[in-house]
Design a protein around this ligand. Structure first.
Ligand SMILES: [Zn+2]
Length: 281
């Protein structure tokens, strides 16, 4: 089997929001911004190709389902559904995916489940042969969100997932469909966000650590629901995965798909960063 990083649609997002309470004087050392103070954000997915005879996709990115006004509000760069083009580069169609694993259902992680926007047409659910794996507790949040994060979910997606008959709610650290994948959970970004640990080697950070700058423990996002909890969870996460020599997989970092963890002078960072990950196991 192969683990392959795939680019989905990308966004331009307000850099201040991405760095929470960190001042611009600090984060401007790490990222560049445009004239609107927006930084480049990737929506990267991870494909496990021919894993026990199945094709498994970890996340789908933001996709291209937003109508033009919202597309521009959320700074989405491309018109095409980029993930579908990335899959095609590996000779796969969305119908070839057997399992889609969603860390959580915020639109920049699950929007790619939907077909691209067309005037006068409701978006359709893609990956029509796949089982969709979502944490059971997170599903409860998605169908009954708090006013503070309601805008991060896609109400029509919940209904499509339910009606598909292929939604699998995950409880605990394993799932029968996915041997050699273990699940961990964090609650600081959103309740019950699911982190897949694949072949005990690669861990899907999701929005606990969206990219390299957020490996530094005190740095959180303005979008995080419970920042202090997130910092505690991130500390434990880094201790554990560093000790076990696992690689971090980043969804939102525009430059790096994957990296090893280092710990020097009391500070976590990364080494051996790779932009496009493609590894045979
Ligand atoms: Zn999120």
């Amino acid at each position: 089997m192969k683990l392959i990083s795939l680019m989905g649609n990308s966004q331009m997002l307000d850099a201040g929001s991405m760095f929470g309470n960190a001042p611009k004087a600090l984060w401007s050392r790490w990222v560049e911004v445009d004239e609107f103070n927006r930084m480049q954000i990737a929506c990267r997915c991870l494909l496990a190709k021919d894993f026990h005879g199945k094709n498994i996709l970890f996340e789908t990115g933001i996709g291209a389902f937003f109508e033009p006004k919202l597309k521009s509000r959320f700074g989405i760069n491309e018109d095409d559904h980029v993930l579908l083009n990335s899959l095609a580069q590996h000779d796969l169609k969305h119908t070839d995916i057997d399992i889609v694993v969603l860390s959580h259902l915020h639109f920049d992680h699950a929007g790619g489940l939907l077909s691209k926007w067309q005037d006068g047409k409701e978006p359709e659910l893609l990956f029509t042969n796949a089982q969709y794996l979502v944490s059971s507790d997170h599903w409860q949040r998605a169908v009954d969100p708090h006013p503070r994060d309601r805008a991060s979910f896609i109400p029509q997606l919940n209904k499509l997932l339910m009606d598909s008959g292929r939604l699998q709610l995950v409880i605990g650290s394993t799932h029968e469909l996915l041997p050699e994948v273990r699940f961990d959970y964090s609650n600081g970004h959103t309740p019950s966000m699911m982190h897949a640990i694949i072949k005990n080697d690669v861990v899907f950070c999701a929005d606990l650590i969206p990219g390299k700058p957020w490996v530094h423990v005190p740095i959180s996002m303005g979008y995080d629901r419970f920042p202090e909890l997130l910092i505690d969870e991130k500390s434990q996460f880094l201790v554990d995965h560093h000790k076990n020599n696992r690689k971090l997989f980043f969804t939102h970092d525009p430059d790096f798909a994957i990296a090893d963890i280092t710990y020097e002078n009391g500070r976590y960072s990364t080494i051996n960063e790779i932009k496009f990950f493609n590894q045979e196991y």
